[in-house]
Design a binder for this molecule. Structure first.
Ligand SMILES: *Cc1c(COP(=O)(O)O)cnc(C)c1O
Length: 421
């Protein structure tokens, strides 16, 4: 029999020999082929393992960066069994109901807004707010706020995509309310909204000036504020001790709306501590205009995100910061961290500093406790079955206990002991 296209038996055999990696057969074959093509069939298992490690999976965040962009920002405790949900069914009337309504209403309530709309991320929220309120119109923005916020989110580009026209006012370091007023009142302009963008991941310091939210809200066009970080209330009623000192002057949704903004936009997975989502919250009529935009459907999240966001909103309404992993970790006391460190029995206990991360609160440090071991051990820790992501400081590998879940302490301690042996 002449079957030139049939697979050389060695590939198949090699693929079968690494079946215990758990990859589907065609991917085992691909790994075997690649190893043979590289002239190193004995590396087939390594190729398969590398493929597995490129897939999404759990890691232990020992970096001390609470909202680590590479590690999915806010940690989320959420899983869903195999089940249907009442996603678009009103259980009272038996009629079709909106998937968004309840979760969005809970989020609105948690930040003191009349209404809210949930989309996939804050970039989508800004796009939809500008598209819904200013398509074909002018949007007034300070030159100090025409920024890029990580991942290529650039205000002027989002603006162009929304169909709104950018009207720049002021200068990089100083913009006055009179600059905005001039642009809004200029008969040559047709201003849809004034946009305020929070300086999430950078600071302009020195000879600076910017109007307050209430000054901007008094202008003759609605004010929409991209606050980014998703702090719901600057008083942090969900924390028994009130707002931590490091929260600084971070703008909050509730206070920005109370100061007169028509809408706020923010991420679900930064300081809100929920799933990746974008929230548009504020005046009911403005939210409704965003919801009517044809893009709204394309930008809406699925049931998993809505369910997770609903759980997060309920935790805020119950003022239960402990139920929100970000806030639980952010407010762990040094005593709690030290008593965990005492039980590690590996490395040296050190004082260290955590950071909020996620492109929020640049330069902010939260005192923390870490375990230090000598040398750069990051790669070895990444290669563990449950990878541990650590940081290096002065030629020491530091495990910051603030971002390590206490349930993982034994695993991490064991990993450190095996390093030092
Ligand atoms: C983080 C941030 C964004 C982007 O948010 P995503 O949820 O990542 O899309 C937009 N604007 C500001 C001010 C931000 O801080």
């Amino acid at each position: 029999m002449n079957r030139p296209e049939s697979r050389p038996p060695s590939v198949d055999k090699l693929a079968r020999s690494i079946a215990d990696t758990g990859l589907p057969h065609p991917m085992l074959v691909e790994a075997a082929r690649q190893a043979i093509a590289d002239g190193a069939p004995e590396k087939a298992r390594e190729v398969a393992t590398a493929t597995l490690r490129r897939m999404l999976g759990p890691v232990i965040n020992a970096t001390g960066t609470l909202l680590h962009t590479n590690l999915g920002r806010a940690p989320l405790a959420w899983s869903q069994p195999e089940q249907y949900t009442n996603l678009e069914l009103d259980l009272t009337t038996g009629e079709r109901g909106s998937r968004m309504a309840t979760a969005a209403a809970l989020v609105a309530r948690a930040c003191g807004a009349e209404a809210a709309l949930i989309v996939n991320n804050c970039a989508a929220a800004v796009l939809l707010a500008l598209g819904g309120l200013a398509e074909g119109k002018d949007v007034v923005v300070s030159r100090g706020e025409l920024v890029e916020i990580g991942g290529g989110f650039r205000i002027p580009e989002v603006m162009a995509r929304s169909g709104a026209r950018l009207v720049e006012v002021g200068t990089t370091n100083r913009t006055r309310v009179s600059d905005y007023r001039q642009a809004v009142d200029d008969p040559a302009h047709d201003v849809g909204v004034v946009l305020q963008v929070h300086q999430s991941n950078y600071r302009i310091v020195g000879f600076t000036e910017a109007p307050t939210t209430s000054e901007l809200a008094a202008l003759a066009a609605p004010l929409v504020a991209d606050i980014g970080s998703g702090l719901l209330d600057s008083r942090c009623p969900w924390l028994p001790g009130g707002p931590p000192g490091w929260l600084d002057a971070e703008p909050a949704a509730r206070q920005t709306l109370a100061a007169g903004a028509g809408l706020v936009m923010f991420s679900g997975d930064k300081l809100m501590g929920g799933p990746q989502a974008g929230i548009i919250a504020g005046d009911a009529e403005l939210v409704a205009r965003c919801a009517r935009h044809p893009l709204a459907r394309a930008l809406r999240p699925g049931a998993l995100v809505i369910a997770a966001l609903q759980a997060t909103a309920l935790a805020y309404l119950a003022e239960d910061g402990q139920a929100i992993p970000f806030w639980r970790m952010a407010t762990l006391s040094l005593e709690e961290l030290r008593s965990r460190a005492d039980r590690y029995g590996a490395g040296a206990i050190i004082d260290t500093e955590s950071t909020p991360g996620g492109g929020t609160l640049p330069g902010v440090a939260i005192p923390s406790i870490g375990i230090a071991v000598n040398g750069d051990q990051r790669q070895l820790l990444r290669e563990l079955s449950r990878p541990i992501i650590a940081r290096v400081d002065h030629d020491q590998t530091v495990i910051d206990l603030r971002t390590v879940h206490p349930d993982d302490d034994d695993y991490v301690a064991e990993a450190l002991r095996s390093l030092t042996n």
